[in-house]
Design a protein around this ligand. Structure first.
Ligand SMILES: Nc1ncnc2c1ncn2[C@@H]1O[C@H](COP(=O)(O)OP(=O)(O)OP(=O)(O)O)[C@@H](O)[C@H]1O
Ligand SMILES: Cc1ncc(CO)c(N)n1
Length: 271
């Protein structure tokens, strides 16, 4: 006789990273480490390693929609995240299926450019992201350059960040998490900020001196999504995400000759 385990489910809608450190692979590893059943809808195949992105093959929008229908018809997730979306047509397909199945707790990681400079989102797709997907989201997790593009403003100070967060909230995301990994003004610290429409909350951590940061954004937003799938509120989910990503950056794996992946095992092994 088998005994049934009740488990929460999380879905990632993102690109595949053949190198395993970012994208779908980072998301599924993170869900698994945090005790959540992981599912995926692949938006693009990338040929990628720690040295860079060698090729990008976006999926047809219909192929993405079909994956979401298969999941929506049988395996309703408790939380969802998006990563690389590549094209406006994929964004429209994703927004349509999220609305159709009323998929809850949507976290948007507005992935635009890989660390080496390869574009992972067409410039023309920005208006679809803003008009169709952001209004459906529970949280958006831009880094500073992404927030600058989405709000059309420069972010040089913490005041600018608060202004950018207000603009992103006005676009329709209930919670805005502005990540500080790219902020040159906080050299020894990384400062992340969460705005829920009322309150600004900050997380300050020492900046870890490492070049092994491939997939930090994906891993962080996946950990937040896992927390939300387990019923956490926005603050607690971000707190979990910070603990997970900090451990993953601190205990790097030394894989590959370039910008290596973070260590998805670290958080659970340190518990
Ligand atoms: N060197 C570092 N030391 C400590 N924490 C870091 C470091 N770099 C990034 N982080 C943290 O990792 C998380 C992801 O931040 P980041 O701003 O790098 O995201 P991202 O730019 O979207 O990532 P990616 O480059 O993968 O797209 C944030 O919580 C950030 O504070
Ligand atoms: C597939 C994919 N998604 C996201 C990123 C951003 O880290 C990446 N490098 N590759």
């Amino acid at each position: 006789m088998s005994s049934a385990t009740v488990i929460r489910k999380a879905l990632t809608i993102a690109g595949s990273d053949s190198g395993g450190g970012a994208g779908i692979q980072a998301d599924l590893k993170t869900f698994q480490e945090l005790g959540v059943y992981g599912m995926s809808a692949v938006t693009a195949i990338t040929a990628q390693n720690t040295l860079g992105v060698q090729a990008v093959y976006p999926m047809e929008a219909n192929a993405v929609a079909e994956q979401l229908r298969s999941i929506g018809d049988d395996l309703p997730p408790d939380a969802v995240k998006t990563g690389m979306l590549a094209h406006a047509s994929i964004i429209t397909a994703v927004a349509d299926q999220i609305a159709r199945y009323k998929l809850p707790q949507l976290v948007i990681d507005p992935v635009m450019i890989a660390k080496g400079g390869t574009s992972l989102l067409q410039r023309e797709a920005l208006s679809a992201l803003i008009a169709k997907l952001i209004p459906l989201s529970f949280m958006i997790t831009p880094n500073i350059p992404e927030a600058e593009v989405l709000t059309d403003m420069r972010i040089l100070s913490l005041n600018d960040r608060e202004e950018a967060a207000r603009r992103l909230h006005q676009l329709g995301s209930k919670n805005v998490l502005l990540k500080g990994g790219h902020d040159p003004s906080t050299r020894d610290l990384v400062v992340d900020m969460l705005y829920d429409g009322t309150t600004y909350r900050y997380w300050e951590h020492p900046r870890i001196d490492t070049r092994h940061t491939h997939g930090t954004g994906c891993t962080f937003s996946a950990a937040i999504t896992a927390g939300l799938a387990q019923g956490m509120n926005a603050y607690d989910a971000v707190d979990l995400g910070k603990a997970f990503i900090h451990a993953a950056i601190q205990h790097s794996l030394q894989i590959g000759a370039g910008h290596g992946p973070t260590n998805h095992f670290a958080y659970r092994r340190l518990q």
